[in-house]
Design a protein around this ligand. Structure first.
Ligand SMILES: Cc1ncc(COP(=O)(O)O)c(C=O)c1O
Length: 395
């Protein structure tokens, strides 16, 4: 039988395979996850294999294709979709760009965002507005009591696309994506989901969610290397979504090497030479997590940890959590209240890092501090964070 101390020992052992966790107390999983040693080694092994085979030559291509296929399959299986629906990208933002620029925007079309989207997505929307003379509006869900009603009210007959985040990167709230898909499909509006904070942190079944596009990255909660992400696209939508950037990976060629046709699957949005050894790193990171527990078990542990942190923060009079109930994700955001006006979120984040080697971050809107807990997080780390915040508030 597993006692609590056995489980804690197991977690300590498992954490030892993440070098980034050895010398600090880490709460920035939503920014970038620490890579397991095995993933770093898999990347290094892949580099060496590329050098052994080529790095350029006949023998390398099948090896490279094998790496691409294996990683696409691993991602597709994690999301419960067909591998053909997956485009490999470099990060979330590229996935969002593929979806957002691929629509055949006409002047006057409407694009709807929420007020909780990352500035990367807002910047893309602004660039599309300038290029195609469309209208972009922002739907206020941050303080809404019923976010679904607000979204429905902000859709217009000419809304071509709605962009939402699955887990809001500021508050840590989860949106019911299936509900929003339904609202969008009734309105004939495409739905792009920014999955920066959900991929790797919770179980996902994209068929059940009914999304049109789901853009994610391997370098946050999944703890892969920075520089590798992906985009899921619903096959029915793909037919009308033209690739914006193209290259040799997007097309098939004839015997003379002339481009013939787009690949019929997610590859049509892939472009050219990439950092192929990263593929092995992401697969190894996924396998490392699986050794500790299933996606559901890891998510449940994340929830336990975030509830523990959220409850402890409630006990500090100068702290106000953004959410009024325990988060349904690993993101716990809070504000300082009743403090001197010069006491800013940034001061607390700097204090935690300089004085205690505890890594958190600020978020600008709403102004707050965000601490992310993973299944890898120890209760003792949360205790240390809370004690350091208390100490800062008592200064
Ligand atoms: C919600 C959200 N969207 C997009 C991004 C940008 O991610 P990437 O650098 O992988 O494009 C982030 C990064 O923190 C994020 O939190």
């Amino acid at each position: 039988m597993n006692t609590i101390s056995n489980l804690t020992n197991q977690l300590h052992q498992h954490r030892a395979s993440f070098p980034g966790l050895a010398n600090k107390t880490y709460f920035n999983y939503g920014g970038q996850g620490p890579m397991p040693q095995a993933a770093i080694e898999a990347i290094s092994t892949a580099h060496l294999e590329m050098q052994r085979l080529g790095p350029f030559g006949n023998a390398v291509s099948p090896w490279m294709n094998q790496q691409i296929t294996a990683t696409r399959n691993a991602i597709a299986s994690h999301l419960h979709v067909a591998p053909e629906t997956i485009t490999l990208t470099e990060n979330v933002t590229i996935g969002c760009n593929i979806a957002m620029w691929g629509i055949d925007w006409q002047p006057g079309d409407h694009l709807l965002l929420t007020d909780c989207e990352h500035h990367a997505v807002v910047a893309i929307a602004q660039a599309i507005r300038r290029r195609f003379q469309i209208e972009v509006t922002i739907c206020p869900i941050l303080t809404a009591s019923n976010q679904y009603e607000v979204i429905a009210q902000n859709l217009r007959p000419n809304t071509r696309l709605l962009v939402i985040s699955h887990i809001l990167w500021n508050t840590g709230q989860i949106l019911s994506v299936d509900k929003i898909s339904e609202i969008c499909h009734k309105n004939k509006t495409l739905l792009l989901v920014d999955a920066a904070q959900s991929f790797g942190s919770m179980p996902l079944n994209l068929n059940q969610l009914g999304v049109d596009f789901y853009a994610f990255t391997g370098h946050k909660w999944m703890c892969g290397a920075a520089g590798l992400g992906g985009l899921y696209m619903r096959p029915e939508v793909k037919v009308n979504l033209l690739p914006t950037f193209v290259g040799w990976r997007s097309v098939s060629t004839d015997v003379q090497g002339h481009p013939q046709a787009w690949h019929p699957d997610g590859r049509s949005y892939e472009i050219a030479t990439s950092d192929f050894p990263l593929l092995a790193g992401l697969r190894e990171a996924m396998a490392t997590h699986q050794k500790w527990g299933s996606t559901e078990e890891r998510y449940q542990q994340i929830l336990k940890n975030s509830e523990y942190l959220w409850r402890k923060l409630q006990l500090i009079p100068q702290v106000k959590c953004l959410l009024t109930s325990p988060p349904e994700s690993g993101l716990v955001s809070f504000q300082l209240i009743n403090m001197q006006p010069q006491t800013t979120s940034q001061k607390l984040v700097s204090y935690l890092e300089i004085q205690h080697n505890i890594l958190t971050r600020t978020i600008a809107n709403p102004d707050c501090v965000r601490a992310c807990v993973h299944y890898l997080t120890l209760e003792s780390e949360i205790d240390r964070l809370v004690a350091a915040i208390q100490e800062f508030c008592n200064q």
